[in-house]
Design a protein around this ligand. Structure first.
Ligand SMILES: [Zn+2]
Length: 239
């Protein structure tokens, strides 16, 4: 067993962990297109890698990743799987309900996919009200925004762009098709920043990439990952 992965423990080992700790880490992602170069699992793979490393450094146990998320906007791209917002909300809440039974009071959700945010916020509100659990949501591209901006330009921080691709190159190099990297400037809605409306990715980007991807390297991925982990460890210690 590993001391920092709940799913590697037996129930006796879990009982011991839960008698001493009231916190766990829950990674969640998506199974959706990330352009022609990146694997569909990008979001849950990154969330899981962050969760495992943070767990190892802090001793707060990580759960297995929830791989599916809210990805309706990417459904023109083969292999993408989506689940409804209300299903994700209930699913996460059910997981938290089980954790509440074992005395868990705090859960750090590492969210790897922006489309999951609203249902996770509702789940967090309900967890507080219905279970007495505080669920905190960490997203690497917002929680570590300043550091990200030092390493990548705005056009390199979009969906499947250089920042995300670099993390993939560092963490899952064997699954990145380097000969298929692409830059694509996404089309803007004529009322961009004036109204909010649902749009499909296909209406804005032919390849599914938002911005510049060609500058991605595994070295930048490692620097970014190390920076994110540093931040994450501090956040966990404060929580
Ligand atoms: Zn992603």
């Amino acid at each position: 067993m590993s001391k920092y992965l709940l799913y590697s423990m037996t129930y006796e080992e879990a009982e011991e962990y839960l008698s001493k700790h009231d916190m766990v880490i829950l990674p969640i992602g998506s199974h959706e297109q990330h352009g022609p170069a990146n694997p569909l699992g990008t979001d849950f793979l990154i969330a899981d890698a962050l969760a495992k490393e943070a767990a190892k450094r802090t001793g707060v146990a990580a759960l297995p990743p929830i791989p599916f998320g809210v990805s309706f906007h990417h459904m023109h791209f083969p292999g993408t799987i989506t689940i409804a917002e209300r299903v994700l909300e209930e699913y996460v809440l059910e997981v938290l309900k089980s954790l509440a039974k074992w005395g868990v009071k705090k859960v750090l959700i590492i969210n790897g996919h922006g489309g999951n945010l609203y249902p996770l916020m509702i789940a967090s509100r309900r967890a507080r009200e219905e279970l007495g659990i505080k669920a905190y949501i960490y997203q690497w591209w917002t929680s570590s925004r300043e550091k990200l901006a030092e390493l990548f330009e705005p056009e390199e921080r979009g969906h499947a762009a250089a920042a995300e691709t670099s993390l993939n190159m560092y963490l899952n190099e064997q699954w990145v098709r380097k000969d298929r990297l692409k830059d694509e400037r996404p089309k803007k809605h004529e009322l961009e920043n004036k109204i909010i409306t649902f749009t499909y990715t296909k209406e804005k980007s032919r390849s599914g990439v938002f911005g510049k991807q060609l500058n991605a390297t595994p070295e930048k991925g490692k620097t970014l990952f190390d920076t994110l982990i540093e931040d994450l460890v501090k956040i966990i210690e404060k929580i």
